[in-house]
Design a protein around this ligand. Structure first.
Ligand code: 3PY
Length: 247
């Protein structure tokens, strides 16, 4: 299994001054980190953070990518543009984008494909709502979301990162228990195994209120290969504690 990946998802937070302080503090605390570490920042700050990252081991990520190559798509940012700023990862299909921007499984799969075509690793988010979980539909929902990405990305599927983010654990302070998360990660691993001989390359992250207090127990699960971190990624001490808990 590859090293774990801890990726911060800043969401729509930050300013030139705050980013400067945050990135310098995180970078200064990374010596000895056993895992890979990335920060996924709002698009207007890509150039600034790219500059702050040069010479250290932090990788740069975006929070979305257009499924189109170029053209009349006002407000969209293409994978080629992200690549010019040294972007290594792009989150796709975060539940906030599925919920507030109507992103479908097919669109998420196409975004993953657009990222891969430009050498950017998509961090593909899947996860069930509370209603899905309570109705016993968790497995069906995450497998359907994953199947769309597998179908569209075929032989490239081993190049993606997956993030299991139960919607009911996002921005709510509720977290899946390590056992609940492990169960879903194991079923995603089985599904991916059926699609590629290189399943060992695919990192499956847990996201959804992972924080300094619960990270160690989650990251110790056999099928959890890292974390996609929301609020705690804006607090250098907390983010570094999560990094320290990773292997
Ligand atoms: C959260 O932790 O709330 C996230 O959405 C991470 O992507």
């Amino acid at each position: 299994m590859s090293r774990q990946l801890i990726a911060g998802n800043w969401k729509m937070n930050g300013s030139l001054a705050a980013n400067d302080t945050l990135v310098r503090a995180v970078a200064a605390g990374l010596a000895g980190a056993r895992c890979d570490v990335a920060v996924c920042v709002p698009s207007p700050y890509l150039a600034q953070v790219q500059g702050l990252l040069s010479g250290n081991s932090l990788a740069l990520g975006a929070q979305d990518v257009s499924l189109h190559e170029q053209g009349a798509y006002t407000g969209e940012v293409s994978a080629a543009m992200l690549k010019e700023f040294g972007v290594r990862y792009a989150i796709v299909g975060h539940s906030e984008r599925r919920q507030y921007h109507g992103e479908t499984d097919a669109a998420v799969a196409d975004k993953a494909k657009a990222a891969l075509a430009h050498g950017i690793t998509p961090i593909v988010c899947v996860g069930e709502t509370l209603a899905d979980r309570e109705a016993g539909r968790t497995a069906d929902v995450v497998k359907r979301q994953m199947a769309a990405v597998i179908h569209t990305n075929g032989h490239c599927i081993s190049e993606i990162v997956v993030a299991y983010e139960p919607v009911w654990a996002i921005g709510t302070g509720r977290t899946a228990t390590p056992e609940q998360a492990q169960e879903v990660h194991a079923l995603l691993r089985t599904q991916l195994h059926a699609a590629t001989q290189h399943v060992e390359r695919i990192r499956i992250l847990y996201g959804g209120s992972m924080n300094a207090a619960n990270a160690a127990a989650l990251l110790a699960q056999p099928d959890i290969d890292g974390g996609l971190i929301g609020g705690a990624s804006l607090k250098p001490a907390d983010f570094l504690q999560i990094v320290a808990a990773a292997r």
